[in-house]
Design a protein around this ligand. Sequence first.
Ligand SMILES: [Zn+2]
Length: 308
Amino acid sequence: MQQFNGFIGWLSPEVQMLLLKEMTLSDLMTFAKTREENKEGVKDYMMKRREKLFRTFVNDVDGLIEIMDITGTVISGSSALSLVQAETEAVNAKDLDVYTTEGFEDDVVKHFKEKENYIGVQNIVRQQQYDSSAITKIIKLEKRGKKVDIIVTHWSCAIAPIIQFHTTCVMNYITSRSLVCLYPCWTCANEGFINPLLYVDGKTTLYTVDALMKYTRRGFKLTADPWRLGDHDCEDEATGEEKSGYCPHKLRSTIDDEVLCWRYAPTQTLAGTTISCESIGIMAWYLGGFQCREGDKEETMSLLFVSP
Ligand SMILES: [Zn+2]
């Protein structure tokens, strides 16, 4: 009986489903490793949850996944966050935030308008000369009360604006083949670190305050002090010790070991080597901000794009 946790198959399907619904992405991925049958159960559950989410907004789920795959488009915001959280506690995904690059903007908008009958309600164009935001334009679409925002970046990688989000709790995204959480330890514990970019560069606006309030109302503990979210390794270069991925001064990337990535489709292999990068490219970043621990130098956020 010691291995009971690995034998969920002994329980009735209804009870199995109740247990899965209580698990965060992190729990589900750990659980999937316990036994081959559990892995299959989690795979099936993950696939059905994504299907249910997408079906709220589109009639043709496969068509959406296909256009995401062809164009390197990703989905973020509350939709992606809801899939990272346990289903019983997940935020309600009220709209679909679709992130794409300038080169594919027309294809993605055309897909929603012509294949899914959405209509354009507003285009918001950013004034690039006054704003360091990676967002170039937001195209707002609607269909019978359902809202889709197409967020366009001039960067060569659709996820660039996601790393500029106000807190780490929304640094999650769904690609055509995977679900990615950049700060799983914090996000799965309903915690979030406020992006230092907001106060270092004085970018706090009423809009960002409102966005932050929205997450605290949903039960998130948000703070601008990383130490309030638990200890992390924060050694300076003198000791030669590695900083943890939860130190804001650590260089992070979308494919490093801290990232939680669930793959929906089988991983492709080329001559036996696992291909870990997808067509959307790889981003690297520092959250930065003010001094983290005594002796640690001050840094501000910078973004770096590394081509696939
Ligand atoms: Zn630190």
